[in-house]
Design a protein around this ligand. Structure first.
Ligand code: CTP
Length: 414
């Protein structure tokens, strides 16, 4: 994709360099348009070196190329980070007093603003009105993050983390029909993905199952394939169509899934455990259908534990000095003893995987189902290195791309 990165004049301008890196590493072509004020923080030479393109902030540079028209028309996406209070005001007012604001008025693709300013400036009715105006015109303005600001103050106003801006940008372009991960970035890498819910048979006709539809796992397989990986999809029970252009292994029970994972992981570069593995199975499977006899007592089913496949694979990798990058999923609900993030952090520590993708399950505030079977998803990606979790939301495909992108950032050398 062709992306324009507008950089506003705030101290957070330095973080735009990491955002630029995320875009270029994913194979996108980025043109940076800084405002005059931003050049006091980061000079044009830095942007030119990092983007590989010349940088200007003046409409009267290369007049013959009519830069603002060309850039605005060609760009698949414009991201402004940091978007200062002044820049939001100029954009909302339709000003055209530098190359960035001119180009914003010419933009054909989606536009995303990532604000950064002091809390009072963000809360000021003037800024809030400008944000509302921009949103009412179909432009996207992220909420600023909450935390330490430039001085000793803290509150809402921090620039969201580059990975979060990146994920939001990719979710936007996906709806505009662009793929967000470059097609060759995982070429030559083998990615094994498990999907769906395991079924644990009670007898030839009954089983214990769970509500996983497999949508997220299948979306991950497609996203990994888009990124050029050789994909093995190990699918338990799924309610979506399976791709026919990846290596497909069908399983039913947790024990079958375990055997398939053990075998596939040996020559894999990445393992993503998106399957919902039943933690327990009936201690035996009746060979014939359990009959309902009016004269007999209620049947009792004894359950035994299934192995924790993810924890086992991590332990084996560590014992053998393997290099597989291993990603787990966590479906969590908060309760009165802790919030979802606490539980997810504990799970990441317990399982030892490199990333943990946290899904908040259960009912949303309006009583609607949050995750299972739905097309949209919202996740937090937690990293074993302790860095801030990254939020990704949108369709399950957009979330899948954000997860794959995170993996790419971790395993593909610059
Ligand atoms: N998982 C696994 N083997 C199991 C259970 C889960 O490999 N027997 C994997 C899942 O594929 C997922 C991760 O572990 O990647 C977390 O699954 P989850 O069901 O949230 O966690 P549990 O280990 O079952 O923990 P708990 O039920 O106590 O929350």
């Amino acid at each position: 994709m062709r992306i324009i990165l507008g950089v506003g004049g705030g101290i957070a301008a330095y973080k735009a360099a990491s955002l630029l890196r995320l875009f270029t590493e994913a194979g996108h072509s980025v043109t940076v348009i800084p405002t005059e004020a931003s050049l006091k923080f980061i000079g044009a030479a830095t942007w030119e070196a990092l983007s590989g393109h010349s940088v200007s902030n003046d409409v009267f540079d290369q007049v013959e190329k009519v830069n603002h028209v060309r850039l605005g028309h060609q760009a698949d996406l414009m991201v402004v980070a940091p978007a200062t209070a002044d820049l939001l005001a100029r954009a909302a007012g339709g000003h055209a007093d530098d190359l960035l604001t001119n180009t914003l008025l010419m933009a054909h693709g989606p536009v995303l603003f990532a604000p950064a300013m002091h809390s009072e400036m963000w809360a000021n009715p003037a800024t809030q009105a400008n944000v509302a105006t921009l949103r009412s015109r179909g432009l996207h303005v992220l909420e600023p993050a909450v935390g330490r600001l430039t001085g000793a103050d803290s509150g809402p106003g921090r620039l969201p983390e580059p990975e979060e801006i990146y994920a939001a940008a990719m979710a936007l372009t996906e709806s505009a029909g662009h793929s967000s991960v470059s097609s060759a970035v995982l070429a030559g890498r083998r990615v094994v993905i498990t999907a769906g819910g395991t079924l644990e048979p009670l007898d030839p006709v009954r089983y214990l199952g769970n509500r996983s539809s497999g949508k997220q796992g299948v979306a991950l397989a497609r996203a990994a394939q888009e990124a050029g990986a050789e994909v093995t999809l190990i699918a338990a029970h799924v309610e979506v169509e399976l791709p026919d252009d990846v290596e497909l292994i069908r399983v039913e029970t947790a024990l079958q899934l375990r055997a398939a994972v053990q075998q596939a992981v040996a020559d894999a570069d990445v393992l993503i455990m998106a399957a919902a593995v039943a933690d327990f199975r009936p201690d035996h499977t009746e060979q014939s259908k359990i009959k309902k006899r009016d004269d007999s007592a209620d049947p009792v089913i004894t359950l035994v534990r299934n192995p924790d496949i993810l924890a086992e694979v991590v332990a084996q990798r560590n014992a053998q000095g393997g290099t597989q990058f291993i990603v787990g999923f966590a479906a969590e609900t908060g309760d009165d003893r802790g919030d979802v993030l606490d539980y997810a952090r504990a799970k990441l520590a317990r399982k030892g995987c490199d990333l943990l993708v946290l899904n908040q399950v259960g009912q949303g505030s309006e009583g609607q189902e949050r995750t299972f079977g739905r097309d949209a998803n919202q996740v937090l990606i937690l990293d074993q290195d302790g860095s801030e979790p990254i939020k990704a939301e949108g369709s399950k495909q957009a979330v899948a791309r954000a997860v794959i992108q995170r993996i790419v950032n971790k395993i593909v050398a610059l």
